[in-house]
Design a binder for this molecule. Structure first.
Ligand SMILES: Cc1cc2nc3c(=O)[nH]c(=O)nc-3n(C[C@H](O)[C@H](O)[C@H](O)COP(=O)(O)OP(=O)(O)OC[C@H]3O[C@@H](n4cnc5c(N)ncnc54)[C@H](O)[C@@H]3O)c2cc1C
Ligand code: FES
Length: 268
Protein backbone atom coordinates (compact mmCIF):
# COMPACT_ATOMS: atom_id res chain seq x y z
CA UNK A 1 0.00 0.00 0.00
CA UNK A 2 1.41 3.40 -0.87
CA UNK A 3 -1.33 5.73 0.32
CA UNK A 4 -3.66 5.83 3.32
CA UNK A 5 -5.31 9.09 4.14
CA UNK A 6 -7.61 11.88 3.17
CA UNK A 7 -7.90 13.13 -0.37
CA UNK A 8 -10.39 15.01 -2.51
CA UNK A 9 -13.31 13.88 -4.67
CA UNK A 10 -13.01 15.59 -8.06
CA UNK A 11 -15.88 13.83 -9.83
CA UNK A 12 -18.85 11.75 -8.70
CA UNK A 13 -21.40 11.33 -11.43
CA UNK A 14 -24.27 8.94 -12.16
CA UNK A 15 -23.48 6.79 -15.21
CA UNK A 16 -26.10 4.05 -15.03
CA UNK A 17 -29.30 3.03 -13.23
CA UNK A 18 -27.40 2.35 -9.97
CA UNK A 19 -23.90 3.18 -11.14
CA UNK A 20 -21.54 6.05 -10.35
CA UNK A 21 -18.13 7.11 -11.58
CA UNK A 22 -15.96 8.72 -8.93
CA UNK A 23 -12.56 10.28 -9.49
CA UNK A 24 -10.21 11.19 -6.65
CA UNK A 25 -6.85 12.89 -6.46
CA UNK A 26 -4.22 10.40 -5.31
CA UNK A 27 -0.81 10.92 -6.94
CA UNK A 28 1.02 8.70 -4.40
CA UNK A 29 -1.42 5.88 -5.03
CA UNK A 30 -1.25 6.05 -8.83
CA UNK A 31 2.53 5.70 -8.79
CA UNK A 32 2.25 2.06 -7.68
CA UNK A 33 -1.22 1.14 -8.98
CA UNK A 34 -1.61 -1.87 -11.25
CA UNK A 35 -4.62 -3.26 -13.15
CA UNK A 36 -6.78 -5.47 -10.93
CA UNK A 37 -5.80 -3.83 -7.64
CA UNK A 38 -8.33 -2.09 -5.44
CA UNK A 39 -8.72 0.65 -2.86
CA UNK A 40 -10.45 0.43 0.52
CA UNK A 41 -12.70 3.46 0.77
CA UNK A 42 -14.28 4.90 3.89
CA UNK A 43 -17.79 5.64 2.73
CA UNK A 44 -18.59 8.39 5.21
CA UNK A 45 -16.84 11.13 7.14
CA UNK A 46 -17.14 9.66 10.62
CA UNK A 47 -14.72 7.12 12.06
CA UNK A 48 -16.93 4.08 11.49
CA UNK A 49 -14.58 1.16 10.89
CA UNK A 50 -17.38 -0.93 9.49
CA UNK A 51 -17.80 1.42 6.60
CA UNK A 52 -14.73 0.81 4.49
CA UNK A 53 -15.59 -0.86 1.23
CA UNK A 54 -13.31 -2.42 -1.43
CA UNK A 55 -13.64 -0.82 -4.87
CA UNK A 56 -11.47 -1.71 -7.87
CA UNK A 57 -9.26 0.73 -9.68
CA UNK A 58 -11.30 1.43 -12.78
CA UNK A 59 -9.09 4.17 -14.16
CA UNK A 60 -5.48 4.99 -13.35
CA UNK A 61 -4.30 8.34 -14.69
CA UNK A 62 -0.57 8.23 -14.04
CA UNK A 63 -0.06 11.65 -15.64
CA UNK A 64 -2.61 13.59 -13.55
CA UNK A 65 -2.31 11.46 -10.40
CA UNK A 66 -5.97 10.50 -10.22
CA UNK A 67 -7.86 7.22 -9.89
CA UNK A 68 -11.40 6.49 -11.04
CA UNK A 69 -13.82 4.14 -9.34
CA UNK A 70 -16.88 2.71 -11.07
CA UNK A 71 -19.35 1.46 -8.50
CA UNK A 72 -22.88 0.18 -8.18
CA UNK A 73 -25.07 1.20 -5.26
CA UNK A 74 -26.09 -2.01 -3.48
CA UNK A 75 -26.24 -1.05 0.19
CA UNK A 76 -25.42 1.54 2.84
CA UNK A 77 -21.74 2.05 2.04
CA UNK A 78 -22.11 2.53 -1.68
CA UNK A 79 -25.22 4.69 -1.10
CA UNK A 80 -23.17 7.02 1.13
CA UNK A 81 -20.41 7.06 -1.49
CA UNK A 82 -22.89 8.10 -4.17
CA UNK A 83 -23.95 11.10 -2.02
CA UNK A 84 -20.43 12.56 -1.82
CA UNK A 85 -19.95 15.85 -3.61
CA UNK A 86 -17.08 17.24 -5.64
CA UNK A 87 -14.59 18.98 -3.32
CA UNK A 88 -15.45 16.77 -0.32
CA UNK A 89 -12.73 14.87 1.49
CA UNK A 90 -12.53 11.11 1.20
CA UNK A 91 -10.47 8.60 3.14
CA UNK A 92 -8.93 5.90 0.97
CA UNK A 93 -6.15 3.36 1.25
CA UNK A 94 -4.41 1.56 -1.56
CA UNK A 95 -3.44 0.26 -3.96
CA UNK A 96 -4.24 -3.08 -2.32
CA UNK A 97 -4.07 -6.70 -3.37
CA UNK A 98 -2.50 -8.54 -6.25
CA UNK A 99 -3.78 -7.54 -9.64
CA UNK A 100 -3.70 -9.14 -13.08
CA UNK A 101 -0.41 -10.27 -14.54
CA UNK A 102 0.02 -10.62 -18.26
CA UNK A 103 1.76 -13.91 -19.06
CA UNK A 104 4.48 -14.13 -21.69
CA UNK A 105 3.61 -15.64 -25.04
CA UNK A 106 -0.15 -14.96 -25.06
CA UNK A 107 -1.34 -13.66 -28.38
CA UNK A 108 -5.10 -13.71 -28.31
CA UNK A 109 -7.12 -13.27 -25.14
CA UNK A 110 -10.70 -13.04 -23.96
CA UNK A 111 -11.55 -10.40 -21.36
CA UNK A 112 -14.88 -11.17 -19.72
CA UNK A 113 -16.91 -8.97 -17.39
CA UNK A 114 -20.20 -9.69 -15.66
CA UNK A 115 -22.24 -6.76 -14.34
CA UNK A 116 -20.13 -4.37 -12.27
CA UNK A 117 -17.24 -6.84 -12.77
CA UNK A 118 -16.42 -4.71 -15.81
CA UNK A 119 -14.92 -2.07 -13.48
CA UNK A 120 -11.37 -3.45 -13.02
CA UNK A 121 -11.08 -4.57 -16.63
CA UNK A 122 -10.44 -1.09 -18.07
CA UNK A 123 -6.82 -0.69 -16.88
CA UNK A 124 -6.22 -4.31 -17.93
CA UNK A 125 -7.45 -3.85 -21.52
CA UNK A 126 -5.32 -0.70 -21.80
CA UNK A 127 -2.26 -2.66 -20.66
CA UNK A 128 -3.06 -5.48 -23.12
CA UNK A 129 -3.34 -2.87 -25.84
CA UNK A 130 0.09 -1.46 -24.99
CA UNK A 131 1.50 -5.00 -25.31
CA UNK A 132 -0.24 -5.36 -28.72
CA UNK A 133 -2.13 -8.44 -27.54
CA UNK A 134 -5.19 -9.23 -29.59
CA UNK A 135 -8.24 -9.09 -27.32
CA UNK A 136 -11.96 -9.63 -27.51
CA UNK A 137 -14.14 -8.32 -24.72
CA UNK A 138 -17.30 -10.13 -23.67
CA UNK A 139 -19.66 -8.29 -21.35
CA UNK A 140 -22.70 -9.78 -19.68
CA UNK A 141 -25.48 -8.11 -17.71
CA UNK A 142 -29.10 -8.67 -16.82
CA UNK A 143 -30.30 -6.05 -19.36
CA UNK A 144 -29.02 -3.24 -21.57
CA UNK A 145 -29.12 -0.55 -18.81
CA UNK A 146 -26.77 -2.66 -16.72
CA UNK A 147 -24.18 -2.97 -19.50
CA UNK A 148 -21.75 -0.28 -18.41
CA UNK A 149 -18.71 0.81 -20.40
CA UNK A 150 -19.49 -0.88 -23.72
CA UNK A 151 -19.14 2.34 -25.74
CA UNK A 152 -15.92 3.43 -23.99
CA UNK A 153 -14.34 0.05 -24.69
CA UNK A 154 -15.47 0.11 -28.32
CA UNK A 155 -14.08 3.65 -28.65
CA UNK A 156 -10.64 2.25 -27.77
CA UNK A 157 -10.91 0.26 -31.01
CA UNK A 158 -11.60 -3.01 -29.18
CA UNK A 159 -13.92 -5.82 -30.22
CA UNK A 160 -16.78 -5.88 -27.74
CA UNK A 161 -19.58 -8.46 -27.70
CA UNK A 162 -22.43 -8.42 -25.24
CA UNK A 163 -24.89 -10.84 -23.68
CA UNK A 164 -27.98 -9.91 -21.71
CA UNK A 165 -30.31 -12.19 -19.78
CA UNK A 166 -33.37 -10.61 -21.42
CA UNK A 167 -31.90 -10.18 -24.91
CA UNK A 168 -32.19 -6.38 -24.78
CA UNK A 169 -28.61 -6.06 -26.13
CA UNK A 170 -26.46 -8.56 -28.01
CA UNK A 171 -26.74 -12.30 -27.40
CA UNK A 172 -29.74 -13.42 -25.35
CA UNK A 173 -28.38 -15.57 -22.56
CA UNK A 174 -25.33 -15.87 -20.36
CA UNK A 175 -21.94 -14.42 -21.19
CA UNK A 176 -20.51 -17.90 -20.55
CA UNK A 177 -22.46 -19.20 -23.58
CA UNK A 178 -20.94 -16.39 -25.61
CA UNK A 179 -17.52 -17.36 -24.28
CA UNK A 180 -17.98 -20.97 -25.42
CA UNK A 181 -19.04 -19.88 -28.90
CA UNK A 182 -16.05 -17.58 -29.11
CA UNK A 183 -13.56 -20.22 -28.00
CA UNK A 184 -14.83 -22.61 -30.70
CA UNK A 185 -14.61 -19.90 -33.35
CA UNK A 186 -11.42 -17.99 -32.55
CA UNK A 187 -9.45 -20.34 -30.27
CA UNK A 188 -8.04 -17.69 -27.91
CA UNK A 189 -5.15 -18.84 -25.73
CA UNK A 190 -5.94 -17.12 -22.42
CA UNK A 191 -8.69 -15.31 -20.52
CA UNK A 192 -9.17 -12.71 -17.78
CA UNK A 193 -12.51 -12.31 -15.99
CA UNK A 194 -14.31 -10.50 -13.20
CA UNK A 195 -17.92 -10.87 -12.12
CA UNK A 196 -20.20 -12.58 -9.63
CA UNK A 197 -19.11 -15.99 -8.31
CA UNK A 198 -21.79 -18.06 -10.12
CA UNK A 199 -20.60 -16.56 -13.42
CA UNK A 200 -16.94 -17.19 -12.58
CA UNK A 201 -17.71 -20.76 -11.55
CA UNK A 202 -19.43 -21.52 -14.87
CA UNK A 203 -16.76 -19.67 -16.82
CA UNK A 204 -13.98 -21.76 -15.24
CA UNK A 205 -15.91 -24.92 -16.22
CA UNK A 206 -16.06 -23.72 -19.83
CA UNK A 207 -12.36 -22.82 -19.83
CA UNK A 208 -11.50 -26.26 -18.37
CA UNK A 209 -13.47 -27.98 -21.09
CA UNK A 210 -11.26 -26.32 -23.70
CA UNK A 211 -8.04 -26.49 -21.67
CA UNK A 212 -7.76 -22.73 -21.56
CA UNK A 213 -5.87 -21.03 -18.71
CA UNK A 214 -6.80 -17.67 -17.25
CA UNK A 215 -7.12 -15.37 -14.26
CA UNK A 216 -10.24 -14.43 -12.31
CA UNK A 217 -10.83 -11.54 -9.95
CA UNK A 218 -12.99 -12.42 -6.92
CA UNK A 219 -15.41 -10.08 -5.14
CA UNK A 220 -15.51 -11.52 -1.60
CA UNK A 221 -16.86 -9.39 1.25
CA UNK A 222 -14.06 -7.74 3.17
CA UNK A 223 -13.24 -6.36 6.60
CA UNK A 224 -9.79 -4.90 7.12
CA UNK A 225 -8.59 -5.16 3.49
CA UNK A 226 -5.00 -5.76 4.61
CA UNK A 227 -4.79 -9.40 5.68
CA UNK A 228 -5.56 -9.05 9.39
CA UNK A 229 -9.15 -10.21 9.95
CA UNK A 230 -9.67 -13.30 7.72
CA UNK A 231 -13.11 -12.00 6.64
CA UNK A 232 -12.31 -12.46 2.97
CA UNK A 233 -10.92 -15.97 2.65
CA UNK A 234 -11.65 -18.14 -0.38
CA UNK A 235 -11.06 -21.85 -0.86
CA UNK A 236 -8.20 -22.75 -3.18
CA UNK A 237 -6.30 -25.86 -4.17
CA UNK A 238 -3.47 -26.60 -1.76
CA UNK A 239 -0.17 -25.20 -2.87
CA UNK A 240 1.67 -25.12 0.44
CA UNK A 241 4.19 -27.46 2.05
CA UNK A 242 1.58 -29.62 3.78
CA UNK A 243 0.97 -32.38 1.20
CA UNK A 244 -1.76 -34.03 3.31
CA UNK A 245 -4.39 -31.38 2.60
CA UNK A 246 -6.40 -31.00 -0.63
CA UNK A 247 -7.31 -27.38 -0.19
CA UNK A 248 -6.39 -24.27 1.74
CA UNK A 249 -7.96 -20.91 2.47
CA UNK A 250 -6.36 -17.79 1.03
CA UNK A 251 -7.02 -14.14 1.72
CA UNK A 252 -8.62 -12.37 -1.20
CA UNK A 253 -7.44 -8.96 0.03
CA UNK A 254 -3.72 -9.72 0.07
CA UNK A 255 -3.28 -12.91 -1.99
CA UNK A 256 -5.94 -11.83 -4.51
CA UNK A 257 -8.34 -10.50 -5.61
CA UNK A 258 -6.89 -11.95 -8.83
CA UNK A 259 -6.15 -15.68 -8.80
CA UNK A 260 -5.27 -18.21 -11.46
CA UNK A 261 -8.59 -19.68 -12.59
CA UNK A 262 -7.54 -23.26 -11.78
CA UNK A 263 -6.59 -22.35 -8.19
CA UNK A 264 -10.03 -21.39 -6.90
CA UNK A 265 -12.48 -23.99 -5.57
CA UNK A 266 -16.11 -22.94 -5.97
CA UNK A 267 -18.21 -24.99 -3.58
CA UNK A 268 -21.74 -25.96 -4.61
C1 LIG B 1 -11.61 -6.60 -4.48
C2 LIG B 1 -13.01 -6.07 -4.70
C3 LIG B 1 -13.23 -5.12 -5.66
C4 LIG B 1 -14.52 -4.60 -5.84
N1 LIG B 1 -14.69 -3.67 -6.80
C5 LIG B 1 -15.91 -3.12 -6.97
C6 LIG B 1 -16.10 -2.11 -7.95
O1 LIG B 1 -15.17 -1.70 -8.64
N2 LIG B 1 -17.34 -1.58 -8.07
C7 LIG B 1 -18.39 -2.02 -7.29
O2 LIG B 1 -19.49 -1.50 -7.46
N3 LIG B 1 -18.24 -2.99 -6.38
C8 LIG B 1 -17.02 -3.55 -6.19
N4 LIG B 1 -16.85 -4.52 -5.24
C9 LIG B 1 -18.02 -4.91 -4.42
C10 LIG B 1 -18.24 -3.83 -3.35
O3 LIG B 1 -17.15 -3.86 -2.45
C11 LIG B 1 -19.53 -4.11 -2.61
O4 LIG B 1 -20.62 -3.94 -3.48
C12 LIG B 1 -19.68 -3.13 -1.44
O5 LIG B 1 -18.73 -3.46 -0.46
C13 LIG B 1 -21.08 -3.19 -0.89
O6 LIG B 1 -21.12 -2.33 0.22
P1 LIG B 1 -22.51 -1.67 0.69
O7 LIG B 1 -22.30 -1.15 2.06
O8 LIG B 1 -23.02 -0.74 -0.34
O9 LIG B 1 -23.48 -2.90 0.69
P2 LIG B 1 -23.78 -3.92 1.87
O10 LIG B 1 -24.90 -3.36 2.69
O11 LIG B 1 -22.52 -4.29 2.56
O12 LIG B 1 -24.30 -5.15 1.03
C14 LIG B 1 -25.42 -5.03 0.16
C15 LIG B 1 -25.60 -6.32 -0.62
O13 LIG B 1 -24.46 -6.57 -1.46
C16 LIG B 1 -23.85 -7.82 -1.13
N5 LIG B 1 -22.41 -7.62 -1.15
C17 LIG B 1 -21.72 -6.75 -0.40
N6 LIG B 1 -20.40 -6.85 -0.66
C18 LIG B 1 -20.26 -7.79 -1.59
C19 LIG B 1 -19.15 -8.36 -2.25
N7 LIG B 1 -17.91 -7.99 -2.00
N8 LIG B 1 -19.40 -9.32 -3.16
C20 LIG B 1 -20.62 -9.73 -3.42
N9 LIG B 1 -21.73 -9.24 -2.82
C21 LIG B 1 -21.55 -8.29 -1.91
C22 LIG B 1 -24.33 -8.13 0.27
O14 LIG B 1 -24.35 -9.52 0.53
C23 LIG B 1 -25.71 -7.55 0.27
O15 LIG B 1 -26.62 -8.43 -0.33
C24 LIG B 1 -15.60 -5.06 -5.04
C25 LIG B 1 -15.37 -6.03 -4.07
C26 LIG B 1 -14.08 -6.54 -3.90
C27 LIG B 1 -13.84 -7.57 -2.86
S1 FES C 1 -10.34 -8.39 4.61
FE1 FES C 1 -9.29 -8.74 6.47
S2 FES C 1 -8.01 -10.42 5.96
FE2 FES C 1 -8.88 -9.88 4.06
Amino acid sequence: MSFCGITEVILNQKVGPEHFLMRVLAPELTKKAKPGQFVHVRCNGVQDPLLRRPISLHGIDYEHGTVSLLYQVVGRGTQLLSEMRVGEEIDIMGPLGKGFSIPDRVEQVLVIGGGIGVAPLFPLVQALKRYNINQTILLGARSVEYLIGTDQLASLGLKVETATDDGSHGYKGFVTDLMEKHIKLAKPDYFFACGPNPMLKQLVKVADKFGMAGQISLEERMGCGVGACLACVCKTVAGGKDKTVDFEYRKVCTEGPVFKANEVIFDD
